[in-house]
Write a protein that binds this ligand. Structure first.
Ligand code: NDP
Ligand code: 2IT
Length: 447
């Protein structure tokens, strides 16, 4: 690595102790960007990289709420406003007990490049809380969302920062968050959040967009080698929003989804999921009491308790649950199974060494920031529809999503080629996403 990039990375690690996920994401990104800094000595003079790795603003706040028995709880709430060079901060909110500054900084950092790759004018941000929505009643979820927004509202707006969903935050939570924002602001600014219900400014296809987009991305990778999704065996992890959209699109295209999973284990379906089973994924995700084991029980399928699905033979592997689900040992199993195509639906599901191992052993890896950008891309389309006060049909949104995914793939592939990395989509996506942000930051002066 060049001295400059090395120095910024080691400073980042030293100055942000106890943030392993942020270090991990930064290491992968900065390693890829070395070649850009070699070409642009003026970037170092402007301390571009030092500024790029430092969030513009980190907001932390208290979220007190009352459960159904009258007990008071307090959670930590966050919003990382990482980079607004190319547009208002944009990114999801995650409600999960593991949420902390490290996880949100890695997510926010990745989001800057992902959002740039969509070709749409959105900056990077991320937020959330260490709140566990599991087992909570509807009323408790509403209380929490209202308290969270009572703090967050002063920091966001349609031209300032536009949150959306992520783990633990879906349509129901976005509805409660929007209701409270509207009540406090006294204005109907529906462009302030995306992933809203269709009756109040949501976009058709937004719930499906991340999973569909990841499969469109896989389709483009296969097309390059004269192949299609039809007839392919696909291993998916997770059973949430992203896993659901991916399973639906793979199945529509004639592929066979043989696994889904949750934190408690995975389900194996030799015959491949059908429409009824895919629909049931939505029910368990929305349920207060049901989990992945109940899916296996209902359809009489084998359940592998405490295990991950990476040992199952597949043509395509799509991790769609959470970060660091695939380590080096898992990558070895995936390679040994002859998998050709590895598409990240979740954010940073793969350790850096596992990504390298997959790539060195002939697996085509589609990194999250490229492959899962369909969700935020349709969020940006939702913002456009809101500001123009119109709504596009499902077909219109789906067409735009497809075109965006093809464009992301092609620009990552072309950039990697240009910089001498062959078909390395990890490097290509990082460089391609960064170039636009870097140009904008340079043009806007030292801020
Ligand atoms: P959901 O809340 O809908 O689903 C989360 C899924 O991941 C569940 O299957 C859950 O299983 C599993 N999971 C969550 N945490 C863990 C954990 N610590 N260990 C193991 N499994 C876990 O979230 P989404 O589908 O929206 O998000 C999934 C991934 O996709 C995340 O990485 C997210 O950042 C990313 N993403 C989401 C986008 C979106 O539009 N929603 C867009 C782009 C990326 P269980 O309930 O059993 O824990
Ligand atoms: O990780 C992501 O891209 C998301 N959770 C979606 C963000 C968004 O603003 O739609």
């Amino acid at each position: 690595m060049s001295q400059y990039v090395k120095r910024v990375l080691s400073d980042l690690i030293e100055k942000n102790p106890g943030q392993p996920e942020f270090h991990q994401a930064a290491t992968e990104i900065l390693e890829s960007l070395e070649v850009v800094f070699d070409k642009h000595p003026e970037y170092e003079k402007a301390a571009l990289l030092e500024r790029f790795v430092e969030p513009e603003r980190v907001i932390m706040f208290r979220v007190p709420w009352t459960d159904d028995s009258g007990k008071v709880h307090v959670n930590k709430g966050y919003r990382i406003q990482f980079n607004s060079a190319i547009g208002p901060y944009k990114g999801g909110l995650r409600f999960h007990p593991t949420v902390n500054l490290s996880i949100l900084k890695f997510l926010g950092f990745e989001q800057i490049l992902k959002n740039s790759l969509t070709g749409l004018p959105i900056g990077g941000g991320k937020g959330g809380a260490d709140f566990d929505p599991k087992g909570k009643s509807d009323n408790e979820i509403m209380n929490f969302c209202q308290s969270f927004m009572t703090q967050l509202y002063r920091h966001i707006g349609p031209d300032v920062d536009v949150p959306a969903g992520d783990i633990g935050v879906g349509g129901r939570e976005v509805g409660y968050l929007f209701g409270q924002y509207k009540r406090i602001r006294g204005a109907y600014e529906n462009g302030v959040l995306t992933g809203k219900g269709i009756s109040f400014g949501g976009s058709l296809i937004r719930p499906e967009a991340t999973g569909y987009g990841a499969v469109y991305f896989a389709q483009r990778m296969l097309e390059r080698v004269g192949d299609t999704v039809k007839g392919k065996t696909v291993v998916i992890s997770g059973y949430g929003n992203v896993a659901w959209g991916a399973a639906e699109k793979v199945t529509q295209l004639g592929g066979k989804v043989v696994t889904i999973s949750g934190s408690k284990g995975y389900v194996y379906d030799e015959n491949g999921l059908d429409a009824e089973k895919i629909k049931y994924m939505l029910e368990i995700r929305a349920s207060k009491d049901l989990g992945i084991e109940d899916f296996a029980k209902k359809f009489n399928l084998p359940f592998f308790k405490g295990e991950k699905p990476w040992g199952v033979k597949a043509d395509i592997v799509m991790p769609c649950a959470t970060q660091n689900e695939v380590n080096l040992d898992d990558a070895k199993k995936i390679v040994a199974n002859g998998t050709r195509c590895y598409v990240e639906g979740a954010n940073m599901p793969t350790s850096n060494e596992a990504v390298k191992y997959l790539q060195e052993n002939g697996v085509f890896v589609a990194p999250a920031k490229a492959a899962n950008a369909g969700g935020v891309a349709v969020s940006a389309l939702e913002m456009s529809q809101n500001s123009q006060r119109l709504s596009w049909t499902s077909e219109e949104v789906d067409e735009k999503l497809k075109a965006i995914m093809i464009n992301i793939h092609d620009s990552a592939a072309q950039t990697a080629e240009e910089y001498g990395f062959g078909y390395d989509l990890v490097k290509g996506a990082n460089i391609s996403g960064f170039k636009k942000v870097a140009e904008a930051m340079m043009a806007q002066g030292i801020i």
